[in-house]
Design a protein around this ligand. Structure first.
Ligand SMILES: NC(=O)c1ccc[n+]([C@@H]2O[C@H](COP(=O)([O-])OP(=O)(O)OC[C@H]3O[C@@H](n4cnc5c(N)ncnc54)[C@H](O)[C@@H]3O)[C@@H](O)[C@H]2O)c1
Length: 316
């Protein structure tokens, strides 16, 4: 690996900021590209902030001409809720703009193009544990845009020798999960439980036995950087699934109440969320990532709970 300058699209987002931190610590400078309103308070040495819109072809070309990145971490995206609300913008941002970015990466001979994909590319009613070669028939538009980029990336790899690499993440436990993200209720529950002033009854929108493959944000970041640094010759696949652990909504509540016995909760089933999560796999088989580039999550569920509770307590 000999990157010197990485373009991170969606660089001011949750994953982008943290991946940038890791790259900066390795001495790699970063160009963070993101939309207006995401500007960070401070800009560090080695960091360049460019504000714009990934749909603006002229501006994105200028990123390559002016900043000359030797690698790309492509994270800019509408997430699943926003994609459902605005399908046209989702296709423009997630699919069309990604295709243009891949074209430019190939044209400017970047060394590597990393893409963040998702288990939502697989749709529902998949085998569980789920092998990676399960057919990808996503159940929503967000997943459809992501699988489109996976296929386009493979095209550029095969036709233009672009070092396209992709990870499919499960549900991510994160302190930054937006309040509106309905599937992020485990992260929301930990946040509520760590607040001494929280006196409501927390609502889990699924049945106690429902859950999905999950992992902590920290492992998403370290896993991504480890994958980026892996030798291309060691990678037998274009894309790899990652898995941390399975926990049900009931497991989340039990773990919280073990720490905060006064935490009150009830299970009021939201059919849409319950059905969505019930259809997703509890276990993503990630043997290939473990074998090819040494993927191993550092955080099991209890360690994730520890980390989240501490984070929320220390940042209040
Ligand atoms: N966090 C997860 O649970 C998870 C799971 C699977 C995959 N992913 C993928 O990882 C990537 C990063 O996710 P995140 O959790 O950091 O989300 P995020 O919303 O914090 O980051 C996405 C970034 O893209 C930017 N963006 C949106 N539209 C843009 C546009 N038109 N032009 C330029 N930038 C634009 C947003 O402003 C945001 O900063 C996304 O591609 C997401 O699909 C995330």
């Amino acid at each position: 690996m000999s990157f010197k300058r990485t373009l991170i699209t969606g660089g001011n987002g949750n994953l982008g900021r943290l991946i940038a931190d890791e790259l900066l610590a390795l001495g790699i400078s970063v160009i963070k590209f993101d939309i207006p309103g995401t500007e960070p308070d401070t800009v560090r040495d080695g960091e360049t902030i460019v504000i714009g819109d990934i749909r603006d072809k002229t501006q994105v070309r200028d990123l390559f001409e002016h900043h000359k990145p030797d690698s790309v971490v492509h994270l800019a995206s509408l997430l699943s809720g926003s994609s459902a609300q605005n399908p046209g913008a989702a296709w423009e941002i997630n699919a069309n703009a990604s295709f243009h970015l891949l074209e430019l990466a190939a044209e400017f001979n970047v060394q590597q193009f990393f893409f963040a994909s998702t288990m939502a590319t697989y749709g529902s009613d998949v085998p569980d544990p789920m092998p990676e070669d399960t057919p990808q028939w996503p159940a929503n538009l967000y997943g459809a845009t992501k699988v489109a980029v996976e296929r386009a990336g493979i095209f550029f790899k095969q036709e233009h020798n672009l070092d396209f690499r992709c990870l499919r993440f499960p549900l991510v436990f994160s302190p930054f999960a937006p309040a509106a993200a309905v599937t992020a209720f485990p992260s929301h529950a930990f946040k509520a439980a760590s607040d001494p002033n929280y006196s409501d009854t927390f609502v889990f929108p699924v049945a106690p036995d429902v859950g999905v493959s999950s992992m902590l944000l920290n492992d998403v970041i370290t896993g991504t950087v480890k994958f980026m640094l892996a030798d291309r010759a060691d990678l037998s696949q274009h894309a790899y699934s990652l898995h941390g652990y399975f926990v049900s909504a009931g497991d989340v509540l039990a773990e919280i109440q073990r720490r905060v016995p006064s935490f009150k909760a009830e299970f009021i089933i939201n059919e849409t969320v319950n059905e969505l999560l019930s259809g997703w796999p509890n276990v993503l088989i990630d043997d290939a990532a473990r074998r090819d580039w040494g993927w191993a999550p550092e955080y099991d569920f209890v360690a994730s709970a520890d980390w989240l509770m501490n984070y929320f307590k220390n940042t209040r």
